[in-house]
Design a binder for this molecule. Structure first.
Ligand SMILES: [Fe+2]
Ligand SMILES: [Fe+2]
Length: 286
């Protein structure tokens, strides 16, 4: 668990100067082949390596775009939390996290711009609704901190798997470095979010948690689908057609569903231990 008293020892280094941007390479994998949404699907595995690598670039781009969206939500909230906090240590904790999230977003933008994929600022209806509803939640509420845990941990699980996949294929050194910097910082963010989640859930009456649990389960499925199952636009940009068919194959892909269940399980179990009776269609009970 992170502690506010540990903060003064934290050294901050601008991630933009810690990455050799000249080393961006598109002749390699950006996600390990086994981590692709279509991994194991026979029609996909029959495609040539260049096409499959291209999908790895676009699925990573999707992960960055999801990261940019989630981090923009966190940053807006962290700025307000820091500003409205009378406790100086706590306020510093929020500002430190805000600075780290800004560094992550800057890394994502840098890679997207330099690699030629560009930054997509379009927001789907679902994301705009989540933005709106999220904005209504109080920062002291148990539901808010449970949502923060989900938003922090789901992309982080994918990044951790990416790093472990380095032995499986020739991964882009820049992508690997971004994932390394990001997972290091996120370990602390996730621990802090879990701490706040447990404390706020303990303050929340059981009947209220029971009433809100279906909304939280719905949010988990929404986030999981968004983060782990790229939209048709990703397949279109990767040159895979017909896009709807490829997306359907990904959604039904048993390998992917098993991976998603594995990535979701630690977060679901933590929320259950914190008093939330949540479930997910992507993570059947064992
Ligand atoms: Fe981040
Ligand atoms: Fe974070």
């Amino acid at each position: 668990m992170s502690s506010l008293t540990e903060l003064p020892q934290i050294r901050y280094e601008d991630p933009l100067v810690r990455i050799d941007w000249q080393a961006i390479d598109r002749e390699c994998w950006w996600l390990p082949p086994r981590l692709l949404s279509l991994a194991g699907v026979p029609q996909f595995e029959r495609l040539d390596e260049r096409t499959r690598q291209r999908l790895s670039h676009l699925e990573y781009v999707h992960l960055l775009e999801a990261g940019l969206w989630l981090e923009s939500q966190f940053m807006a909230r962290l700025a307000r939390l820091a500003h409205g906090c009378a406790d100086v240590d706590r306020s510093a904790r929020f500002l430190h996290e805000l600075r780290e999230e800004a560094g992550h977003s800057l890394m994502f933008v840098e890679l997207l711009e330099r690699s030629g994929f560009g930054v997509c600022t379009r927001r789907g209806l679902g994301m705009r609704v989540v933005d709106l509803l999220g904005g209504l939640l109080s920062s002291r509420s148990a539901l808010f901190w449970a949502m923060v845990v989900i938003g922090e941990e789901l992309p982080d699980q994918l990044n951790r798997r990416l790093r472990r996949g380095v032995e499986e294929a020739t991964l882009s050194t820049v992508v690997y470095r971004i994932a390394a910097i990001h997972t290091r910082d996120e370990a602390m963010h996730c621990a802090f979010a879990r701490e706040q989640c447990q404390e706020s859930a303990a303050r929340c009456p059981a009947w209220q948690r029971a009433l809100l649990a279906p909304a939280l389960s719905f949010a988990i499925d929404l986030y999981a689908r968004y983060v782990y199952f790229p939209s048709v636009a990703t397949y279109a940009r990767a040159g895979l057609a017909p896009t709807l068919q490829w997306r359907s194959l990904a959604l039904a892909n048993p390998d992917r569903r098993a991976q998603v269940a594995h990535m979701l399980r630690p977060t679901l179990e933590f929320l259950k231990r914190s008093g939330w009776r949540v479930s997910s269609r992507y993570c059947p009970a064992r």
